[in-house]
Design a protein around this ligand. Structure first.
Ligand code: CO
Length: 210
């Protein structure tokens, strides 16, 4: 059996199991999705949003990319964000990074990765913003781990800098923003940075005509 064929078999078994537990399971999910959460996570295969949060299909709207970045020219992220905020009206947005993130590690080297350079340049900017703190850490792994935390914090701030979030905060006092980091060693999530709806950010980034 090819490796991909196992996925199809597992899928059949899963669908049967769901129906056995609850004959209306799929019927309920077909017509509506009303998730309370938007998850912006890393593409890393070891950090599956639903599994680590014990959530079911229908509960989390998910966007994943290398190193859980919020980049203002990324039409994919922006489209997901606008839909989640304006149509689904999610109550919480979670940016979830993870210790040992390859994207952040790569950004802290001087290697040329080709196209990926353009993506991880944004992580290098985070390094530059927090250069003093990072460079003062002796241990290299600790430097990377702190960068992972600061990167999550900066991506939460990047969310708050969008007109999508600022407009929604004004109109419906939501969603709240959360920055988390997942630890591959013990499977636990550490909250790093919280931003309640309506929090003021540097006025340079605040729109006054929403
Ligand atoms: Co990663």
């Amino acid at each position: 059996m090819n490796s991909y064929e196992r996925l199809l078999l597992e899928n059949k078994a899963w669908a049967i199991e769901k129906l056995n537990d609850d004959p209306d399971y799929f019927k309920r999910l077909v017509d509506v999705q009303t998730p309370d959460f938007l998850w912006i996570g890393c593409s890393d295969s070891r950090v599956p949003a639903n599994e680590i949060t014990g959530t079911q299909p229908g509960e989390i709207f998910v966007h994943r990319n290398i190193a859980n970045m919020v980049i203002h020219t990324d039409l994919n992220l922006l489209s997901v964000l606008q839909y989640a905020v304006e149509v689904l009206k999610v109550k919480h947005i979670i940016v979830c990074g993870h210790y040992g993130c390859g994207g952040v590690k790569a950004a802290m080297t001087n290697h040329n990765f080709g196209i990926i350079n353009k993506w991880i340049r944004n992580i290098k900017d985070v390094h530059r913003f927090h250069r003093e703190e990072i460079d003062a850490i002796d241990d290299q792994d600790a430097q990377v781990n702190r960068m992972i935390e600061l990167n999550v914090q900066e991506q939460v701030l990047n969310l708050a800098k969008t007109s999508i979030i600022q407009k929604s905060w004004k109109e419906r006092q939501g969603p709240d923003l959360h920055g988390w980091v997942y630890d591959l060693h013990d499977g636990l999530v550490k909250p790093i940075y919280e931003m309640n709806a309506g929090t003021h950010i540097d006025e340079i980034y605040e729109f006054d005509d929403l």
